[in-house]
Design a protein around this ligand. Structure first.
Ligand SMILES: NC(=O)c1ccc[n+]([C@@H]2O[C@H](COP(=O)([O-])OP(=O)(O)OC[C@H]3O[C@@H](n4cnc5c(N)ncnc54)[C@H](O)[C@@H]3O)[C@@H](O)[C@H]2O)c1
Length: 266
C-alpha cells in the first residue's frame, strides 16, 4: 500500500471514517489534505497525520458550494502543485430532526443529494482536470452497503449511495483514457455519529429495542447482520482506500469493494 509522496485530498476527513482514511494514507507515506466542513476537526486530524511524517494540511470546505470547492482545489494546487489521490468521503445520513420523522422530508432528500451525490461530483469535476493533464490519478468514492441493497433505514440515503456506485463506473470509463482509476468502497457498520443517528431512529421501536442504549442497538445490529460478527472500523476502511490509491491497484477500476464483514457478497 505504498502511496509515498502522493498528494491526497480526503473530503470529510476531520472525523469518523474520513479521519481513518487520512491516517491510513499518512501512515503509508502520502501528504494529506484534510478537507472538512468543520475546521477544528480538520485541523486536529491534519495534526495527527503530520505526526506520521506526512506533510498534511487542513482546509475548510463545504462540498455543497461550488465556490468553496473551487477555493479548496486552488489552495491545494498553490501548496502542492498537484493532486494524485482524491477520496470523496464527505456524506450525510439526513437533515436535522430525521431521527424523529416517520418518513423522509424534502430537506432530507435535498441535503443527502447535495452532499452525497452532487457534492462528490463537484469535487471530482474540480480535481480531475489536474489529474487528466498529468495522466495520473486515483479516485476513491465512499459509497455504502446501503447502496448495494435497499433497506428500511433510509430510502434517500440508499438511493444516493447506489448513485455513488453508478457514478464511480461512469467516471471510471470517462477517465480511463487518462490512466486515472476510479473505484468505490462500501463500508458496512461503523460506530460513528452517522450510526448513532441511525440507532436513535431504530430505538424508537420500543418493542424491538426495549431500554437499549444507542450503542447497544448498534451492537445488536452488528450481531444480526454481519457474518464475521464484528463491527468495521475507520482503520479497516482506510486500509482498503490506501490499497486502491496505490499502484498495486493499477489494473482495478470501476469496482465497488464491500468492507462489511461479509454482509454483502456482490
Ligand atoms: N458509519 C457507517 O456505518 C457508514 C457506513 C457506510 C458508509 N458510510 C459513509 O462513510 C462516509 C463517512 O461517514 P462517517 O460515518 O464517518 O460519518 P461522520 O458524520 O462521522 O463524518 C462525515 C464527515 O463529513 C463531513 N461533511 C458533512 N457534510 C459536509 C459538507 N457539506 N462539506 C464537507 N464535509 C462535510 C462532516 O463534517 C464529517 O467530518 C459517508 O459518506 C457515509 O455515508 C458510513
Amino acid at each position: 500500500m505504498d502511496v509515498s509522496g502522493s498528494v491526497a485530498i480526503v473530503t470529510g476527513g476531520g472525523r469518523g471514517i474520513g479521519r481513518g482514511i487520512v491516517l491510513a494514507l499518512a501512515r503509508n507515506g502520502a501528504h494529506v489534505v484534510v478537507a472538512d466542513l468543520n475546521p477544528n476537526d480538520a485541523e486536529a486530524a491534519a495534526r495527527e497525520a503530520s505526526a506520521a511524517q506526512s506533510r498534511s494540511m487542513p482546509v475548510r470546505v463545504d462540498v455543497t458550494v461550488q465556490g468553496s470547492v473551487d477555493g479548496m482545489v486552488a489552495d491545494v494546487l498553490a501548496q502542492f502543485g498537484r493532486v494524485d489521490v482524491l477520496v470523496n468521503n464527505a456524506g450525510v445520513i439526513a437533515a436535522p430532526g430525521w431521527e424523529e420523522r416517520d418518513s423522509p422530508s424534502e430537506e432530507d432528500w435535498d441535503l443527502i443529494y447535495e452532499v452525497n451525490v452532487k457534492g462528490m461530483a463537484r469535487v471530482t469535476e474540480a480535481v480531475s482536470p489536474n489529474m487528466k493533464e498529468r495522466r495520473r490519478g486515483k479516485i476513491v468514492n465512499i459509497a455504502s452497503i446501503a447502496g448495494r441493497l435497499g433497506t428500511l433505514t433510509s430510502g434517500p440515503y440508499g438511493a444516493s449511495k447506489a448513485g455513488v456506485i453508478n457514478l464511480t463506473q461512469y467516471w471510471a470509463l470517462e477517465l480511463a483514457p487518462y490512466d486515472i482509476n476510479v473505484n468505490a468502497v462500501c463500508p458496512g457498520l461503523l460506530w460513528t455519529p452517522i450510526w448513532e443517528r441511525i440507532a436513535l431512529r431504530y430505538g424508537r421501536d420500543k418493542e424491538k429495542y426495549p431500554g437499549l442504549t444507542t450503542r447497544q442497538v448498534f451492537e445488536r445490529t452488528v450481531r444480526e447482520r454481519i457474518p464475521l460478527g464484528r463491527e468495521q472500523t475507520p482503520e479497516d476502511i482506510g486500509n482498503a482506500v490506501a490499497f486502491l490509491a496505490s499502484d498495486a491497484a493499477r489494473n482495478i477500476t470501476g469496482q465497488a469493494l464491500n468492507v462489511s464483514g461479509g454482509s454483502h457478497m456482490n
